[in-house]
Design a binder for this molecule. Structure first.
Ligand code: GLN
Length: 554
């Protein structure tokens, strides 16, 4: 095998024409290909917004907040990076304009620039470059760092980032930086043609700020012919081989395979003069094959309040794809608005499902519908997984309907409830700031031997990622336990409930954490894999449905 490179190489990924072209998935696919050639690859996302992190944004604005082990709240593209490259990122992998300006202003107040006028160039751009180089060097120099620039070329907000990467290309050796630009080639029905003009304009806009794209990745609804590639290459100043086709795939996990067929990894290795081995990603290819050839089909209901915005549940959707792949099952997700469940009753929306997931969330709206949905699956033996707020709703439901605490609630929704079975954590009581103040990041949890949790995880000690302020009220632990609710995962100090389950039910389990943040294509999360397996059994009739029980009584 060839010797590894000594110097870090930088790949900058920018996007043009329109947003939502799948830049994060393209960057992740590039990362996977280089990792599969034996290189040590690190990923980074630069977000141009002024928020310090996305933690304070509404999911409708930003989609899911992806929480890392170290507790940082980051962009959902980091979820793609972790899933494709199968490594755990840290806070250095996501920078925002808010963080950059914050650091520069704090340094200015301390006198760090004494005598100077502090400006976007060089102070902001220097801060950006030093963050990129810090990631490249820590803990040891990476072979390649892939930096995705958020937004679309032409946006005012992203200019300092583009200027910073332009400077980096000047400062580094020519063969140590590479610019990849993702664009759209629309198809115009009337003329029956793929149109290259928007791409030409986007590359031109990039060139005006001093950045020359080396490789173009072109999203298009039809394959790019040699002629089209030649035309794009001619107008955009790249050889036709550097025009890479990016067609819609059946699954996002197929994109690296498409890129490899387009010889993208060879091209990057050639441009960056990387010393590395041949591509070895056979496990990935067989995972994609399994994903595309399921043997079963199950329907899983997801009962939430942001269901019109799928980006709010990105990692959950991916976790079901991983869990489906592991169980050879095609998992159809049935999105059910919790408010509709309150209006129409659960039977109207859930009678057809083989399993239910109640995800995390904030605020009172839709809560009663979630509680009704959980009651329905508990009474009908339908497999259930609750996540964070989903656990809290399951505890409220059990307290109200089984343990007899009629007005049980969470103090998040009713701070006068006589039975606050869910309440604010002690360490949250004096906090007034909203940014980065929840219980965030990875915490250990001890599992009860013999529980469903142990069976699924196959271990007695786990670590999971958190993002919440409320928890199960310990005053009610004994009472609920006596009524049959098992607290099968507890923090090592015994103070916080992490997992609940119902031994009297075929599959009823919930976690106070977010398992979806740790599921990977080839290492599905045990709770998701367990739910899908239980759903396959449920559908196969191995678990009697309430309907079947009722029919058999007739
Ligand atoms: N709103 C709840 C809390 O803060 C649940 C949070 C979540 O589901 N992530 O505890």
């Amino acid at each position: 095998m060839a010797e590894k490179v000594k110097k870090t190489k930088y790949i900058f990924v920018t996007g043009g024409v329109v947003s939502s072209l799948g830049k994060g998935i393209a960057a992740s696919s590039i990362g996977l290909l280089l990792k599969s050639r034996g290189l040590n690859v690190r990923m980074m996302k630069c977000d141009p917004y002024i928020n310090v992190d996305p933690g304070t944004m509404n999911p409708f604005q930003h989609g899911e907040v992806f929480v890392l082990d170290d507790g940082s709240e980051t962009d959902l593209d980091l979820g793609h990076y972790e899933r494709f490259l199968d490594y755990s990122l840290n806070r250095f992998s996501n920078i925002t304009s808010g963080q950059i300006y914050d650091a520069v202003i704090q340094r200015e107040r301390k006198g760090g620039y004494l005598g100077a006028t502090v400006q976007v160039i060089p102070h902001i751009t220097n801060e950006i470059k030093s963050r990129i180089r810090l990631l490249a060097a820590t803990p040891e120099p990476a072979d390649v760092v892939i930096i995705e620039i958020g937004g679309t070329v032409g946006d005012i907000e992203s200019l300092p980032f583009l200027e910073a990467i332009r400077q980096m290309a000047l400062e580094e050796e020519n063969e140590d930086t590479l610019f990849i630009h993702l664009t759209l080639i629309p198809y115009i029905e009337g003329s029956g043609e793929l149109k290259t003009k928007p791409t030409q304009h986007s590359v031109k806009a990039l060139r005006e700020i001093g950045v020359d794209a080396d490789i173009l990745i072109c999203r298009s609804p039809l394959p790019l012919t040699r002629e089209v590639k030649k035309k794009i290459g001619l107008f955009c100043n790249v050889p036709p081989e550097a025009v890479i086709q990016d067609l819609d795939m059946e699954t996002i996990y197929e994109l690296p395979i498409q890129f490899h067929k387009e010889l993208l990894d060879n091209l990057m290795v050639h441009y960056l003069k990387l010393l590395c081995k041949d591509l070895d990603y056979s496990e990935w290819v067989s995972m994609v094959h399994n994903l595309k050839n399921p043997e079963h089909k199950v329907k899983i209901g997801i009962c939430g309040k942001y269901i019109d915005l799928r980006d709010a549940y990105k990692s959950i959707i991916e976790s079901f794809i991983h869990a489906g792949c592991a169980n050879k099952a095609d998992v159809e997700l049935v999105w059910v608005s919790s408010e509709l469940i309150s209006e129409d009753g659960p039977e109207a929306h859930l009678s057809d499902i083989d399993g239910l997931l109640v995800p995390g969330g904030f605020g009172e709206r839709g809560i009663e519908g979630k509680i009704d949905a959980i009651k329905y699956v508990r009474e009908n033996n339908i497999p259930f997984l609750g996540i964070c707020l989903g656990l809290q709703c399951a505890v409220i439901e059990y307290a109200r309907n089984v343990a007899g605490f009629e007005d049980a609630n969470s103090s998040e929704f009713d701070n006068k409830s006589p039975h606050p079975v869910i309440h604010l954590m002690d360490e949250q009581k004096d906090i007034t700031d909203k940014g980065a103040t929840m219980r965030l990041g990875s915490y250990p949890c001890k599992i009860t031997p013999g529980s469903l949790a142990q069976k699924l995880y196959n271990t007695l000690k786990i670590d999971e990622r958190h993002r919440h302020r409320y928890e199960v009220n310990n005053e009610y632990r004994d009472k609920l336990n006596k009524e049959g609710l098992e607290f099968s995962g507890i923090s090592p100090d015994g103070k916080l409930v992490e997992i609940i389950e119902l031994p009297s039910h075929p599959f009823f389990i919930a976690g106070q954490f977010h398992p979806e943040l740790k599921s990977r294509p080839m290492r599905p999360h045990p709770l998701f894999a367990g739910l899908v397996k239980a759903a396959v059994n449920f559908k196969g009739g191995k678990i009697p449905t309430a309907k079947k029980i009722r029919e058999s009584i007739k």
